[in-house]
Structure formats: structure tokens, C-alpha cells
Design a protein around this ligand. Structure first.
Ligand code: VG1
Ligand code: CO
Length: 543
């Protein structure tokens, strides 16, 4: 095996977004594109010679190839040990756990998460630090800076490594350890949750459907829910990870998890419906003919997390990303927990979790997690729900209705507008931002604006400031509209409009969110002049 230095030229635009670097597969396939980014990450880290690195991915198209590139480069850069999931597979939460468990200095996750896969789809790469947390902004800025200067990378000239068998292989001064992707994570879940209690629920005939969406959680879910907890065979659907996710969009929401949704609204619906995303860090909750919006789910988790022994007496604070509704705030207040509002993206929770300021955190996109590990964790969230259902004996619907009875129902709606030209989308945001100072006190479509401001976040632990994190407009009638640009798409731009309103009239609780919040959609469109400025008539996704 020869270790060689290979000359290269920088690429433009290798800038990590909300969660890692995400681009079309065709972009990643350009000569040295992947190698440049990987070496830029290595060059941005403090000494790592002799240390341990974790590598895994969600199994999407190009995972096989990229894993081999990463291995050869990590060997050439002289890591002491590389822990890699069998066949190159590890979910995002499993990677995070494995990093901490084996004392690694960090790890790579090859995934574009909820973005579609396949030769015409997206690929991605993200880096977690030694806490198993997504690289913070300061570090991702370093990666991007280095990609603009890079002129060579290190390469081990050797054949591909066989990743089909669990075990250890030695290459020069590096040990490559192939691990089973599921077992460490599953063992950890058994430490957190009372599996016997959940098993009793299934023994009594409780039924669930977990839609793995042909993505990475299939093997995890099958082992945990069917093999260990005794959910009937077939409870985990679409459990085989496919390179292109069967042509589907692996994002758990009402638009993309259609099969699960129709099952949950049918006559034979099971008691509990869940789904996960491409890399296993998100979830989705449905009861029988009942959808739980992610912000309400976070509120339920906040209310009951301390019924799980692992968390008893450990509750400190709760954090939610800014676009996540305020449903959790009242629950937290009741329980004397501090609430933090962070920008979108898991990397902003890391410092709060590490400092012990929060126990639980979550996002409106069905990401939730706790201090058990520093990534969002889909299967963990499902296990939380199962524990709460087992402990209380209540149904999903009952738990959510109790929340509404207490504090009113906070309706939520998200409209995504795909805009081909990123510059045009940025211009819409800039125009609206300019208007914000003039809005408070004005009335639009009979609704009075109370506050309007761009969201700027100062990390209470590190003091780091993140600006440009969305535009917020609050109304007198307990409503809020948030505008922000997505940071995960690989081409063009997606402008997201998030709408929330708290409704206290019981007789409105069962109206669809699309109906209750329709008025606010019109207000948002009028304020932003989105249609006129972009020519885009309809959202690509409503959830
Ligand atoms: C989206 C979600 C955000 C989530 C991010 C990464 O980001 O809104 O809540 O953290 O995806 O999740 P954006 O910038 O497109 O709104 V994942 O599961 O795709 O790593
Ligand atoms: Co994900």
C-alpha cells in the first residue's frame, strides 16, 4: 500500500448547509469533488493521528463508493482506528452513539437525509465531532474556507476494503474495524427504556406500523420493534433499505408518507403509526385517524419524558427550533423548565446539551432528541411515545387532546415554495426584511401586527452569533408567520412559510389546519409578494 499526495484544484460552493454538504450525485461525481471536501475536513481538525474515526452512511446510491474513498483517505491521513458500519451502513443517531461509545474523535455520515436518492438524486456528507454532535457552525465555516484553498489530498493506493464481514483488518498503522450497525444502538435503547413494559403493551394486542420508507432504519426498526419488543411481523413496512428509496422521497410527513397515512386512516388502522427518514434521525407520529403535528409531539414528550426512569429528576430545560410552534412552551413553564429558541438545524442544540442546559429538544420537521446523544433520533422518539402509551394506558389521540384542552390548540402549517433561481428567492427575503421595521402596529387583512424582526441567535453557552435565520412576524391574535430559506436543497431554493396560531375555542379543534390557517396563507403571500416576484403559483409541499 502506497500513501501518496494527489494534486487537486478547489471547487466553488462546497459550503455545508443546515446539515452537511448536499449536492446532486452528478456534482459529487466530479473528479476529486468528494476527496477535496474530505481532506478539507481533515485539515480543519486538530491532531488526529492515531485517533479513532467513525464512518457510516444511509445506504443511498454512491454510499458504497464514497465509503471506500473515505477509508482510503483516512488511512492515508493516519488515523489509528476506523470504525465502519457493516456494508458502510450506520444511521445518523447510531453514528453519534458509536462515536461516543468508542471514544472516537469524530465521524462522517454519508447521507443527504430526507432528500431523494439514486443516480439522479442527492448525496451528502456530514461530520460529527467527538461528542457525536453535528459540527458547529464555526467548524463548518472552517471546512468551507479550506475547500477554497485546497491543493492536494492524501490517498492510500490500495484495493477496496471488504466491508461485508464484521471484524478487524489492519492496513499499515491503521486498524479498520467493521461493526454491526444495529447492535450497539439497540443495546443503548434498552438501557434508556423499559423494554419489558413496552413488550407487555404488544402482548396485550397493541398494534403499530413503522414505515421505514426503504431507508436506513429498516434493520434497526425490525430488530427493536419486532424482534425485541414483540410487535407482530409485518409491523415494519418498507423495511429493506434501497439505494433510491424505491423512487420515493424519504421524508416523514403527510405529503411523502402517503401509504402510512392511508393505513392509519383506514378501518383496520393499528393503534400507532410512525415513519422515519433517509438517515433515521426523524420520526412521525399518528394515532388511529389522527395526525400529531411535530410541535405538539414535542410538547407531549416534554410533558411525559420524566415518566421514563432514565430522565426522572434529570429534566433541566427544553429547546425548540424557532419555526417550531410554541406548544411546548406552556408545558415547560408548568414543569419549571427553561425554554430556548434556536435556529433551524441540530447543530444549534449541541452546546446546550453539552452544558446540561436542556434535556429535550426538537424541531417542527419531526426531529427530536435528548441528552442521550447529540443527534436527533427517530427510533428513540418512537420509543418515547411507546413508553408513554404503555405507562399511561392512553391513546395517541387522548394524549394530544389533553394538551389542547389545557392550553388551546396551536395549529401549524408549512408551505414550501420551490424557486428555481436562488437569487430570486433571496431577493424576496431581502425585500421583506427591509419592510419589517415598518410593520409593527399596522393592520393587514384585519389582523394587527405586534412584532416583526429577523431572527438572530446568540448561543447562550458559546456566545456565537448566527444571523439570517429567518424572518418572524407576530400578530395580536396569537398567530405567527415565519419565512426562511431551506438550507438542505441541492439546487435552486426552497422558501418555507411556517404559520402558527393558537386557537382556544374547543369547537374548532377538529377543523383541518389548512382551513383554520387559510387566512394566514393569504396574509403571508401578500406580505412577501411571493407570487408576483417569483412567478411560482403553488407550494410544492404542504404539511
Ligand atoms: C430541514 C428541516 C430542519 C432539519 C434539517 C436537517 O432543514 O427544516 O428542521 O434539521 O432539514 O434534517 P431546512 O434547512 O431544509 O429547512 V435531516 O433529517 O434532512 O438531516
Ligand atoms: Co435526517
Amino acid at each position: 500500500m502506497d500513501i501518496i499526495s494527489v494534486k487537486t484544484e478547489p471547487y466553488q460552493g462546497q459550503v455545508p448547509g443546515t446539515s452537511g454538504l448536499r449536492k446532486k450525485v452528478s456534482v459529487f461525481k466530479q473528479n476529486h469533488y468528494l476527496e477535496n471536501f474530505i481532506q478539507s475536513v481533515f485539515d480543519s481538525l486538530d491532531s488526529f493521528e492515531g485517533k479513532t474515526l467513525v464512518i457510516g452512511g444511509d445506504g443511498r446510491y454512491y454510499n458504497d463508493y464514497a465509503v471506500q474513498v473515505l477509508l482510503k483517505m483516512a488511512i492515508a491521513n493516519q488515523f489509528g482506528r476506523i470504525i465502519v458500519g457493516q456494508n458502510g451502513i450506520l444511521s445518523t443517531p447510531a453514528t453519534s452513539y458509536v462515536i461516543v461509545k468508542y471514544g472516537a474523535m469524530g465521524g462522517f455520515i454519508l447521507s443527504a437525509s430526507h432528500n431523494p436518492g439514486g443516480p439522479d438524486g442527492d448525496f451528502g456528507i456530514k461530520f460529527d465531532n467527538e461528542n457525536g454532535a453535528p459540527a458547529p457552525q464555526e467548524l463548518t465555516d472552517k471546512f468551507a474556507k479550506r475547500t477554497r484553498e485546497i491543493d492536494h489530498f492524501w490517498w492510500a493506493d490500495m484495493p477496496d476494503i471488504d466491508l461485508t464481514q464484521v471484524g478487524e483488518l489492519v492496513f499499515g498503522s491503521t486498524v479498520v474495524q467493521v461493526i454491526d450497525p444495529v447492535s450497539d444502538y439497540a443495546a443503548y435503547m434498552q438501557k434508556i427504556f423499559d423494554f419489558k413494559q413496552i413488550k407487555r403493551l404488544f402482548d396485550k394486542g397493541f398494534r403499530m406500523t413503522f414505515d421505514a420508507m426503504n431507508a436506513v432504519t429498516g434493520p434497526y426498526a425490525k430488530y427493536i420493534f419486532e424482534d425485541l419488543l414483540g410487535a407482530p411481523r409485518g409491523s415494519v413496512i418498507r423495511q429493506e433499505p434501497l439505494m433510491d428509496f424505491g423512487g420515493l422521497h424519504p421524508e416523514p410527513n403527510l405529503t411523502y408518507a402517503t401509504e402510512l397515512v392511508s393505513r392509519m386512516y383506514s378501518e383496520q388502522a393499528p393503534d400507532f403509526g410512525t415513519a422515519s427518514d433517509g438517515d433515521g434521525d426523524r420520526y412521525m407520529i399518528l394515532g388511529r385517524s389522527f395526525f400529531v403535528n411535530p410541535s405538539d409531539s414535542l410538547a407531549v414528550l416534554a410533558g411525559y419524558l420524566d415518566t421514563i426512569p432514565f430522565y426522572r429528576g434529570k429534566m433541566t430545560g427544553v429547546a425548540r427550533s424557532m419555526p417550531t410552534s410554541f406548544a411546548v412552551d406552556d408545558v415547560a413553564k408548568d414543569k419549571n423548565l427553561t425554554v430556548y429558541q434556536t435556529p433551524t438545524g441540530w447543530k444549534f442544540f449541541g452546546s446546550l446539551l453539552t452544558a446540561g442546559k436542556i434535556t429535550l429538544c426538537g424541531e417542527e420537521s419531526f426531529g427530536a432528541g435528548s441528552y442521550h446523544l447529540q443527534e436527533k433520533d427517530g427510533i428513540w422518539a418512537v420509543l418515547c411515545w411507546l413508553s408513554i402509551l404503555a405507562k399511561t394506558g392512553k391513546s395517541v389521540e387522548q394524549l394530544v387532546r389533553e394538551l389542547w384542552q389545557k392550553q388551546g390548540r396551536v395549529f401549524t402549517l408549512l408551505h414550501n415554495y420551490d424557486i428555481a433561481d436562488k437569487g430570486v428567492a433571496e431577493a424576496v427575503m431581502a425585500g421583506l426584511k427591509e419592510k419589517l421595521p415598518l410593520l409593527p402596529g399596522t393592520v393587514i387583512q384585519k389582523e394587527k401586527i405586534t412584532q416583526a424582526f429577523p431572527f438572530v441567535y446568540t448561543d447562550p453557552v458559546t456566545g456565537e452569533v448566527a444571523d439570517n435565520q429567518g424572518l418572524c412576524i407576530y400578530f395580536e391574535s396569537d398567530a405567527r408567520i415565519v419565512f426562511r430559506l431551506s438550507g438542505t436543497n441541492s439546487v435552486g431554493a426552497t422558501l418555507k412559510i411556517y404559520i402558527n396560531q393558537r386557537v382556544r375555542e374547543f369547537d374548532k379543534f377538529d377543523s383541518p389546519a389548512t382551513e383554520v390557517l387559510d387566512k394566514w396563507v393569504h396574509i403571508a403571500l401578500e406580505l412577501s409578494e411571493l407570487k408576483r416576484l417569483t412567478g411560482v403559483e403553488k407550494p410544492s409541499m404542504i404539511t
